[in-house]
Design a protein around this ligand. Structure first.
Ligand SMILES: NC(=O)c1ccc[n+]([C@@H]2O[C@H](COP(=O)([O-])OP(=O)(O)OC[C@H]3O[C@@H](n4cnc5c(N)ncnc54)[C@H](OP(=O)(O)O)[C@@H]3O)[C@@H](O)[C@H]2O)c1
Length: 236
């Protein structure tokens, strides 16, 4: 139980990759708090099954997110997983929808990480979930989404310098096609995705969560400011 003395806070933990991260950290002995926006049933079920605490708060609402993190007290491991995917012709996509995606994918990740870092003890860990599309984007319609994920690469580079003196690491995990509600393995985009991959299968949320657990653990203390891609070779 490597994490029995650790408190983890997962933003966006009710479904998909975030839910698997909650399950992995609770199984490893951590005390886990996770947030969600809309999926009340899934969040309550996950909390009951794992013993994690669920809190409903919109990650795109800066002050609410900051207040929730502050109320949680010192956090050893902060994971920012919440993300929205808006796809379509950039000439016709709704600007408010794009702004909303920027709020959740970028502003929440930045302000959440800063607030977590404020009270984090030395040796803490910050993980943000980006995307391998920051490195390879072979499809139209995803420019704004890729912009949000590429922004996280810059963020972890910069913050690694600010937090390194306190032995706090910050890294971005970059999943590729991963079978979740956002990108189902039997969805309309699956054939195109598989065509870009070296390994011809979708990844699983558990594979991404295993990497998160490793990066949060003692073996990864020298990894910071880095992007860790797990994408079956999509961006190779
Ligand atoms: N699946 C993929 O192929 C893939 C590939 C690369 C990167 N990613 C990234 O991986 C992360 C997780 O994706 P996923 O595939 O697991 O997506 P998902 O199945 O759609 O789950 C998204 C999670 O984020 C939460 N969330 C969304 N908006 C939120 C908000 N405003 N406040 C708080 N929580 C919010 C959702 O909670 P509610 O349901 O309660 O709103 C849900 O728990 C995202 O950042 C995504 O961009 C995914």
């Amino acid at each position: 139980m490597t994490f029995s003395d650790r408190k983890a806070f997962v933003v966006g933990g009710s479904r998909g990759i975030g839910a698997s991260i909650v399950r992995h950290f609770t199984s490893a002995g951590a005390t886990v708090i996770f947030t969600y926006a809309a999926s009340v049933g899934a969040a309550n079920q996950l909390a009951a099954a794992t013993g994690a605490k669920a809190i409903q708060v919109d990650a795109g609402s800066r002050d609410d997110l900051i207040a929730t993190i502050r109320n949680a007290g010192p956090i050893d491991i902060f994971v920012y997983n919440a993300g929205l995917l808006v796809v379509g012709d950039p000439l016709t996509l709704d600007a408010d929808e794009i702004d909303r995606m920027f709020d959740v994918n970028v502003r929440g990740a930045y302000f959440g990480s800063i607030e977590a870092a404020r009270l984090m003890p030395d040796g803490g860990r910050i993980l943000v979930i980006g995307s391998d599309t920051a490195d390879n984007m072979p499809f139209p319609g995803l420019a704004a989404y890729v912009l949000t994920k590429a922004a996280l690469r810059g963020m972890v580079r910069g913050l690694s310098r600010d937090l390194g003196p306190r032995d706090i690491t910050i890294n971005v995990l970059q999943p590729g096609p991963t079978d979740t509600d956002m990108n189902p393995a039997d969805g309309p985009r699956a054939t195109g995705m598989l065509g870009q991959m070296a390994i011809q299968r979708y990844g699983t949320a558990d594979e991404v969560a295993s990497l998160a657990l490793y990066l949060a653990g003692p073996m990864a203390r020298g990894i910071t400011g880095a992007a860790q891609t797990i994408d079956g070779g999509f961006a190779a």
